[in-house]
Design a protein around this ligand. Structure first.
Ligand SMILES: Cc1cc2nc3c(=O)[nH]c(=O)nc-3n(C[C@H](O)[C@H](O)[C@H](O)COP(=O)(O)OP(=O)(O)OC[C@H]3O[C@@H](n4cnc5c(N)ncnc54)[C@H](O)[C@@H]3O)c2cc1C
Length: 422
């Protein structure tokens, strides 16, 4: 058993959600220790796409993005149509997105948290929670290193944040289960060297066929081509289901067929492929709650925060980290457990206000596109309508202005307010 350590707040997992939490806590002078089983830089299966909402969070962290690839918007392809949709330039969101390999992005975020004063322990696997006699979480148990040299230890803390990604081992070990009635996605990606690796548009392909192209059902999802600006392109696909049990995607087969039918100018040949096709699950629409209970906060994938509209989890995870840090700072100024819990209840409420209605709309959206006829209608009839697509683009990319804005912003805000939040 190693020496027991302490911190005011322990953050489990140093992905975008954890690093954002640790960074914002550190800037408020809070003693925070972030642990991750990996050693950074480390890879993470992802599309590497950053919407304006994600860029917004990077700017909040003061990340220096000089030299990072910016993109103008999304090219959507389907039903014989190709539509270019610029990122909306909003009061609260920049009019550009980015693409950055997670190997680099996550490393930069961890470095930034460190610079702000967070302690970061790498190569430390969290094995469980420490609880007091009332069941309150008061720290974590750890294993440092691997193999026979591994050392077990404990870290005591006033509060613990589970930012451990989709597996949410800590939350799961405490019986916080995922809700199978929320949408769940599965996605896979690989990289290709490509002569078009420096394009300034991200591409989204709506025609993923379950069987023979043109003759079978369309899958509820999309394929993406995200140029990374260094001659490399992230190519992947994802599909979504309204219930966790329903996510069965023969992704290797669908991917091979889709890539084969892409324009040859991309150069997506086996010799240009860099690394294998790897997949992971996308937990959506707050499929694991409560986001605060008994000394434990959930942020990012651990709290099922991926958008059911487009599969993005970086922006919501980072925003959650910022909101969690704000509530924790208030909790640190309270002296009773009741007061601390009251201050922390602001965090799930803030997340619900921000995403509750929007993600409920997302659940309806997923139920609709699960019907292959509706998916086909969207591509053949919806895509050629520019007025409709401007609205849809804002809706799907969480690019709407939540306060004011134009007619589309007001409409999306109104819709997200009339539904019961998730
Ligand atoms: C194929 C694919 C494509 C995607 N494309 C995009 C995209 O283009 N844009 C986008 O915004 N989102 C995308 N997503 C979703 C996005 O990857 C996630 O939502 C995002 O990574 C969530 O961040 P996080 O910090 O919550 O978790 P993670 O990024 O998963 O980080 C969790 C961290 O916790 C650590 N950890 C886990 N367990 C333990 C433990 N027991 N002890 C210590 N450390 C632990 C891990 O090592 C990891 O570093 C995609 C997902 C997939 C699968």
């Amino acid at each position: 058993m190693g020496v027991a350590a302490t911190a005011d707040v322990v953050v489990v997992g140093a992905g975008p959600a954890g690093a954002s939490t640790a960074y914002h806590l550190a800037t408020m002078g809070i003693d925070v220790l972030m642990v991750d089983k990996a050693v950074f830089p480390r890879d993470k299966v992802c599309g590497d796409g950053l919407t304006p909402a994600a860029v917004h969070e990077l700017l909040f962290m003061g990340i220096d993005t000089t030299g990072w690839t910016r993109n103008r918007g999304l090219t959507v392809i389907g039903g014989g149509h190709t539509v270019h949709l610029e990122w909306p330039d909003q009061k609260s969101l920049p009019g550009y997105g980015m693409a950055r390999r997670r190997m680099d992005l996550d490393h930069a975020l961890v470095q930034r948290a460190r610079e702000a004063g967070a302690r970061v322990n790498e190569n430390v696997t969290v094995t469980g929670a420490l609880q007091d006699s009332t069941g309150r979480v008061i720290g974590i148990t750890t294993r440092s290193g691997r193999g026979p040299q591994a050392v077990t230890g404990q870290i005591k803390a006033k509060l613990v944040v589970d930012a451990g990604g989709v597996s949410a081992r800590l939350a799961t070990s405490l019986g916080i289960k995922k809700n199978p009635n929320r949408p769940m996605g599965v996605a896979a990606r690989t990289y290709f060297r490509s002569p078009r690796g420096n394009e300034e548009w991200m591409e989204s392909h709506l025609e993923l066929w379950a069987g023979k192209p043109g003759e079978s059902d369309l899958l509820p999802g999309y394929g993406w081509i995200f140029p990374l600006g260094d001659g490399l392109v992230n190519v992947g696909l994802g599909s979504v289901a309204s219930h966790a049990q329903a996510t069965h995607l023969p992704y290797k087969k669908v991917f091979a067929q889709w890539v084969q039918n892409l324009p040859p100018e991309w150069g997506f040949t086996p010799e240009n492929q860099v690394g294998p096709l790897a997949s992971a699950a996308l937990p959506m629409s707050f499929n694991r709650t409560p986001h605060y209970t008994n000394g434990l906060l959930l942020v990012g994938d651990a709290g099922g925060m991926v958008s059911p509209f487009n599969g993005e989890g970086i922006a919501p995870g980072m925003k959650a980290g910022r909101y969690a840090a704000a509530a924790i700072a208030q909790a640190m100024g309270r002296s009773t457990r009741v007061g601390i819990d009251r201050a922390l209840s602001e965090y799930p409420e803030a997340m619900r206000t921000e995403y509750g209605g929007y993600y409920q709309l997302g659940r309806i959206f997923v139920r609709l596109i699960e019907n292959p006829h509706i998916m086909r209608l969207c591509t053949t009839r919806g895509l050629p309508l520019p007025r409709l697509m401007t609205l849809v683009h804002k809706l799907l990319s969480d690019g709407y202005e939540r306060n004011g804005g134009d007619f589309d912003d007001l409409l999306i805000t109104a819709l997200s307010k009339v539904v019961k939040p998730v």
